[in-house]
Design a protein around this ligand. Structure first.
Ligand SMILES: [Zn+2]
Length: 204
């Protein structure tokens, strides 16, 4: 895994899709080799899972203690639960930065550590992004509305995305990318956003 990591299976290197495919091709078989005929104790499985998590954290640059359950789900990596396929956010037409935001939102990492929001004395969080006055509410009105009020609108919008960029770009794609951009700016005000003048325009 260290070799893959050094040649580009990392956050600043290959796309998450390619990195996860390399991981699946070269590293997973090593984990799985012999597992089918081995009798493993609960703690053996725990150790294996933690090594796997460490490898995955090397790909996304997360802390080794981060939960990788969502990441495994996004990349369709082996878990105990059956999954249907790779999450389309890994290959839909988006810039590298936009894709990073989608993935980080899915992972629950985008708001990062709670910080004071520059607008008022509230702290940044997923929930705060939905109501922060710095994100124009008109953008949220363009997102698809979940049937259930408990489902956050951004999550519902991401889950509702088409499975391929060959399909028509949904009308809410640009509003969604703009909301995630605003969220990033609020949560990481020191970042350089000057090169981003448009959002979501790669998907024509
Ligand atoms: Zn705010």
């Amino acid at each position: 895994m260290a070799t893959l990591n050094s040649v580009g299976a990392c956050r600043s290197g290959f796309s998450l899709l390619l990195s996860s495919q390399l991981y699946k091709t070269f590293v997973c078989p090593k984990f799985e080799y012999d597992l089918a005929i081995s009798i493993l104790l609960k703690q053996d499985i725990k150790v294996l899972e933690s090594i796997q998590d460490k490898c995955l954290c090397m790909i996304v640059g997360g802390h080794a203690m981060f939960s990788t359950i969502v990441l495994k789900h996004i990349c369709n990596l082996p878990t105990c639960c059956p999954v249907l396929g790779v999450d389309p956010i890994l290959f839909l037409s988006a810039s590298r930065v936009e894709r990073g935001r989608l993935i980080r939102w899915r992972m629950g990492w985008l708001p990062g550590k709670p910080k004071e929001c520059s607008y008022r004395s509230d702290h940044t969080s997923c929930c705060h992004s939905l109501y922060c006055p710095l994100v124009p509410s008109a953008l949220f009105e363009q997102l698809p509305q979940p049937d259930h009020v408990q489902i956050p609108r951004i999550d519902f919008a991401i889950t509702s995305l088409p499975l391929s960029s060959q399909e028509l770009r949904p009308v809410y794609w640009i509003p969604l990318m703009t909301i995630l951009w605003h969220t990033d700016v609020i949560c990481n005000p020191d970042g350089d956003y000057s090169y981003e003048t448009e959002h979501g325009t790669l998907w024509i």
